[in-house]
Design a protein around this ligand. Structure first.
Ligand code: C2O
Length: 587
């Protein structure tokens, strides 16, 4: 590792995080969100080795901003337009009557569907509504979740003790390892309808929307408390797979011991000792380890910085009661979250079980380790200045779990935004991707002509497609750029949810072969990890353009070239356009 020629930061997180940040962004006049120095207070209590995540990052503002009120107004019109779930008399007098936070039909869980369309029972024990209590966390101490490659034997013994006990519990016990795995299946593969919409069979899937991060945070929270109970240690915390750091870009070895309760046999055996490729699409790259590591860091930079300039871009699209599932995933959910699932799953199994398919993913103990790092990205994004949604439908959305005493509880998104109140933080490790910016292959490139989106879409993406897209406005002022993000939206993506799907998206690149993950030209990807239920789903995928177009010397272009490259089974795409997202995180 010492031979890496990438910027190695000092081991003092407090200094390295802020100084690297300042060095990089001082030289840049780009008004993208990292210019905002807020939330960079990182403290590190070196005395007891218990580092703290920034403290001032996740205050939830009660104030509904302009954007949110507009969204509500739209929704109200829609509801009235379809015959009205709400009486017209309350129009304009009681805006909360139009609120539509989501909740699952927890007390009426039904069979889920696996990718073969077979019914599987993933339901927890049936709870009587009267037995369910609202749960608000109020931790009095903060445990530290450690990087999986840095844990010691004493810690490992506790984790083994907990998992051994959970594996021994009867499957009917909601705290059993099997029942914990099934929580994921039920919330993903169609075990629940949306509360209030059971009759119309509107499913609640916690993936591909703004619910993705809060749902998995709560899921891990209860999993961790159950571990604490069976490890007989309330200071125990689950580990995180530090795949954003070169030292963590390998399968965590603690999960590799075949005699351990952390082991799972359904994995891709070729990947257990090889460097992890965060852009993995089912085909092993021929690049060397150092190149893969460097590309991974650049991918992390893109997903955490370039493609995370708005709440919508980071968390995923709004998902309210009455909406169809799968509105669109946020940056980290798409990449590397989905890629890592695919990387671990066994390609000899029909749907990449266990990790490579959502109904089975929770059966592999590494799932919880992977998701702890996904969850850690939310904290890091906040510490970079990223601000959570203030939309009350997000804050008031709820989930149900069984706690460590096997009691059913109801939890709200608004109560999980601060992990210190949940009783945990993450070990401090170097963040090398903050300095790992992509480089443009060409700047100010002369572009070949191409058809307009209107001439091409809707179409099936069977081969590479290039279109010339007109921008609503070029050379926006600094102020305009701070206020809103220029976004490329690919809409009406229709695909088979039971299959692995991926396509890559390039800007101003007429020769995609030339631009790998290290290039600005590669915007990112659309990715689906196999699920079940509705089988054909329609979603959308958006990419931030402001920083990218500046780096490509194309901010004065009226038209930009967008190239879509299929990497797996085909999808149909309805349209593609450039618009503005006003949920921008800016000064
Ligand atoms: Cu619920 Cu990693 O997915």
């Amino acid at each position: 590792m010492a031979s890496l020629t990438m910027p190695i930061l000092s081991t003092n997180f407090a200094n390295s995080f802020s100084s690297s940040y300042v060095t990089h962004f001082r030289s840049s006049s780009k008004p993208t969100f990292p210019n905002r120095p807020r939330g960079i207070k990182v403290t590190c209590n070196a005395a007891n080795g218990d580092p703290k995540i920034p403290s001032d990052t996740t205050e939830v503002s009660k104030k509904i901003d302009e954007e949110t009120s507009l969204a509500k107004l739209d929704r109200r019109n829609v509801l009235l337009g379809i015959g009205g779930l709400y009486g017209a008399t309350s129009f304009g007098t009681n805006p909360s009557a139009y609120a539509a936070p989501l909740a699952p039909t927890f007390t009426a869980c039904h069979d889920s569907t696996d990718p073969d369309k077979k019914a599987i029972d993933c339901c927890p024990p049936t709870a009587a509504a009267a037995d369910i209590t609202d749960y608000v966390p109020a931790a009095t101490k903060v445990n530290t979740r450690l990087a999986a490659h840095l844990v010691d034997d004493a810690w490992l013994a506790k984790y083994k003790k907990a998992l051994t006990a959970m594996r021994k519990l009867d499957d009917s016990d909601p705290r059993s390892f099997k029942a914990q795995a099934n929580v994921h299946c039920a919330y993903c593969n169609g075990g629940y309808y949306q509360d209030g919409y059971a009759e119309s069979k509107l499913l609640l899937d916690v993936h591909s929307s703004w619910l993705f991060l809060p749902f998995h945070r709560w899921y891990l929270y209860f999993f961790e408390r159950i571990c604490q109970k069976y490890a007989d240690d309330d200071t125990f915390a689950i580990p995180f797979w530090n795949w954003d750091n070169p030292l963590g870009m390998f399968f965590p070895s603690i999960f590799n011991d075949t005699s351990s309760p952390l082991y799972d046999s359904l994995r891709n055996s070729n990947h257990l000792t090889k460097v992890l490729d965060l852009s993995y699409d089912g085909t092993d790259t021929s690049e060397g380890t150092i190149t893969v590591i460097k590309n991974n860091l650049i991918t992390m930079y893109k997903q955490m910085v370039t493609q995370a300039t708005t709440a919508t871009a980071f968390f995923g699209k709004t998902f309210r009661a009455g909406d169809a599932s799968d509105p669109g995933a946020g940056s980290i959910e798409t990449t590397p979250h989905n890629n890592v699932h695919r990387w671990v799953g066994d390609p000899d199994e029909s749907h990449g079980e266990n990790m490579g398919s959502f109904y089975s993913a929770g059966r592999d103990p590494v799932f919880y380790c992977h998701h702890a790092n996904v969850d850690r990205m939310w904290n890091l994004w906040n510490s970079l200045g990223g601000q959570n949604f203030t939309d009350s439908d997000w804050l008031n959305s709820s989930f149900y779990f069984y706690n460590e005493e096997a009691k059913p509880v109801k939890v709200f998104v608004k109560d999980c935004v601060d992990t210190k109140l949940l009783g945990y933080s993450y070990q401090t490790v170097d963040i090398l991707w903050l300095n790992s910016t992509p480089k443009a292959r060409r700047t100010g490139a002369t572009l070949p002509s191409a058809p307009t989106p209107g001439e091409v879409f809707p179409t099936t993406l069977e081969k590479t497609i290039t279109v010339a897209v007109k921008r609503p406005k070029k050379q926006r002022t600094k102020k305009e750029k701070q206020k809103s993000e220029e976004v490329l939206e690919i809409s009406g993506i229709e695909y088979n949810v039971s299959e692995f799907v991926k396509f890559d998206v390039y800007i101003n690149e007429d020769n995609p072969e030339e631009s790998g993950p290290e290039r600005t030209e590669l915007l990112g990807s659309f990715i689906n990890v196999p699920r079940g239920h509705s089988m054909i789903s329609t979603t959308s995928k958006s990419f931030a353009l402001t920083e990218v177009l500046e780096e490509l010397g194309a901010d004065n272009y009226e038209t930009i070239l967008v190239t879509l490259v299929p990497k797996s089974s085909t999808v149909t795409i309805k349209g593609l356009k450039i618009k503005f997202d006003n949920t921008k995180v800016s000064a």
